[in-house]
Design a protein around this ligand. Structure first.
Ligand code: ADP
Ligand code: MG
Length: 333
């Protein structure tokens, strides 16, 4: 049974000029218990927007267009904001945005900051309840007690990040979405952040984690499944093994090809080496979104976008070429 299903979700930023930046342009996916999903793709492909959209978190200029996000039989997209705020955000889905650790207020102790946030959700919560909860949770996650009453400048970047993640999940949400959770951290802090999140999954504090990252070694270490996003759509999704070692879509292949050296395992730290840039999302794209950068694009690809092909067990890719044809081309290289 999936925890969450996303069906053909479309959302866009409506600019002041009336232009729609179609950052999420028909995404379907499902999250199941125990899944650790990595969402990969170059900058600007819509990863953060997908995270916000999945939670129904629409603030101008981000606008909902169509599609569903189903949680326990309810379409989250139809809920009024107040219901979302009280029943979904932080309780069902917690989102830790990019550079979240910098969101801690420099003038407030961690406990006060978290209390203020929790009070915004629940008027009746007391400071003591929050502090007690924090003590319990920090002990469980191996975070030092002193962090609870510290000011942010007394904590390292890695510690701040762990504190923010621990605080965001204090209500045991089913899903944790962590947006670039380890970027800008040193290697040791990265490990600690990751270990803590995995512990949260093991202990049942959360049931599923979505990691947004373009750090590919991270995808190898921590995911069970990978989705590759390109220009507002998921071009391929499958298990980690399939996606890294047996990619079907040319874009996935290009991404993964840049990191795999069979003897050394995963080499480079970031996605690199695909010439060109993703298309502008403000204009309608005719044909395949990846055609201009694809070594295998033919005339059909300039005319219509490939349908999303389901090849079973949750493995899907979006390309006009048949898997078998792509495999033949790849094997001849
Ligand atoms: P990613 O997280 O993959 O780097 P984003 O979701 O941040 O990508 O952005 C997807 C697209 O939406 C990009 O083209 C970006 O320029 C655009 N975008 C993001 N935020 C806004 C905004 N506030 N207004 C207009 N366009 C935006
Ligand atoms: Mg982003």
């Amino acid at each position: 049974m999936p925890i969450l299903r996303v069906n053909n979700l479309k959302t866009a930023y409506k600019t002041r000029l009336g232009e729609y930046i179609r950052a999420v342009d028909g995404v379907s996916m499902r999250l199941e218990e125990g899944m650790q999903v990595g969402i990969a793709g170059e900058s600007g492909c819509g990863k953060s927007t997908l995270a916000l959209s999945m939670m129904g978190f629409f603030f101008p200029p981000l606008t909902y267009i169509s599609g569903e996000v189903i949680y326990e039989g309810r379409n989250i997209m139809e809920l009024p904001y107040e219901t979302l705020r009280h029943e979904i955000l932080g309780k069902i889905i917690a989102y830790v945005p990019q550079a979240a650790m910098n969101a801690l207020s420099p003038t407030l102790r961690v406990s006060q900051f978290i209390y203020d946030i929790m009070r915004a959700h629940d008027r009746n919560v007391t400071k003591k309840q929050v502090v007690d909860l924090l003590h319990e949770r920090f002990a469980l996650l191996g975070l030092p007690e002193r962090a609870i009453n510290a000011y942010p400048n007394e904590l390292s970047g890695g510690m701040k990040q762990r504190v923010v993640i621990a605080a965001s999940t204090i209500l045991n949400p089913h899903i944790l979405i962590a947006d670039e959770p380890t970027s800008a951290l040193d290697v040791t802090s990265q490990k600690q952040v990751i270990q803590m999140m995995q512990r949260m999954l093991k202990m049942g504090i959360v049931k599923s984690i979505v990691y947004i990252t373009h750090e590919l070694p991270l995808l190898r270490q921590i995911t069970t499944h990978i989705m590759v996003m390109y220009a507002g759509v998921i071009v391929e999704q499958g298990t980690q093994e399939e996606m890294i070692f047996d990619p079907i879509h040319p874009y996935t292949r290009a991404l993964m090809g840049s990191i795999i050296v069979p003897e050394e395992g995963i080499r480079s730290r970031r996605i690199a080496g695909i010439p060109g840039v993703p298309p502008h999302l403000g204009k309608e794209i005719i044909g395949c979104r990846f055609k201009d950068r694809c070594a295998y694009a033919g005339t059909l690809c300039t005319r219509c976008e490939g349908v999303e092909r389901d090849i079973g067990n949750g493995r899907r890719y979006r390309c006009d070429l048949e898997e078998s044809a792509l495999r033949v081309v790849y094997s001849n290289e």
